[in-house]
Write a new protein. Structure first.
Length: 254
């Protein structure tokens, strides 16, 4: 029997890309390096983000327990030296590594989370470290009228998504904390690659927040070229649109 949105008891959120506009954050953090390398006008936003993800993924695969702030610093160092030919100082790398503190929520995020918190347990499952996420947590929660029920980071788990261990860890914690079974848990995320593909492998229904203009992990065709077929149960353009639908279903039952 098909499920309604309101049949679930817990949402597992990707954070960066779903709740936080990390792509703009990364582009802004790269500006000093782009200026120094005279590439401000010669590399597109899309190409820069794809380069970032290519380097980031390689570093995460090779160093699954590295703190995310250190991953970011190493990405900056690698891009500066190996791709732009202008080696960066350790201070510049460190500044890029801590830039996550400046990444902002999407306009709809905080109100949507407040409304969704009335219907679900809210869980963060993010490729981040605890210290970095503390900045994001304040941006999302302070004065918003909700708090996350559980926060799980790559640092807590020792691996980065799309590793299935991250989702298995989260499902185990949700059952341990609240007795909620896997079929009552719904991953809610922007990245098809990092979140929906592993959700598929675990047989979980999922909600795709298909944010307009997103570059990374956002196109089904990109994954199909890699031989990966991704499905999802619901699709919304924003988290606010999902919250609207949840409220309608709660009232009308369909």
């Amino acid at each position: 029997m098909s499920k309604l949105l309101t049949d679930f008891k817990c949402l597992i959120f990707d954070c960066y890309g779903t709740l936080i506009d990390w792509e703009s954050g990364i582009i802004n953090a790269f500006q000093p390096l782009l200026s120094r390398a005279n590439k401000t006008d010669s590399i597109s936003r899309t190409d820069l983000l794809k380069l970032f993800v290519q380097v980031e993924s390689a570093i995460q695969d090779a160093n699954p327990t590295m703190l995310y702030s250190d991953v970011l610093a190493k990405v900056h160092s690698t891009v500066a030296s190996d791709h732009f030919g202008v080696p960066a100082s350790s201070e510049e790398d460190a500044a890029f590594g801590t830039s996550i503190a400046n990444w902002e929520p999407f306009p709809d995020t905080r109100d949507a989370l407040r409304r969704l918190s009335k219907h679900y347990k809210l869980v963060i499952l993010s490729n981040v470290d605890r210290a970095s996420f503390a900045h994001t947590k304040r941006k999302l929660e302070d004065g918003a009228g909700f708090t996350f029920d559980l926060i799980l980071t790559a640092q807590d788990i020792g691996s980065y998504k799309p590793d299935l261990r991250n989702f298995q860890f989260a499902l185990n914690k949700v059952k341990e904390e609240w007795g909620i079974e896997a079929d009552q848990v719904m991953p809610t995320a922007q990245s098809l690659f990092h979140d929906h593909a592993p959700a598929n492998k675990l047989g979980l229904k999922s909600s795709w927040i298909a944010r307009e203009g997103s570059v990374v992990g956002a196109k089904e065709s990109d994954l199909e070229e890699q031989g990966v077929k991704v499905t999802y149960t619901w699709k919304f353009e924003t988290l606010g649109a999902m919250a609207d639908e949840v409220e309608l279903v709660a009232i009308w039952g369909h």
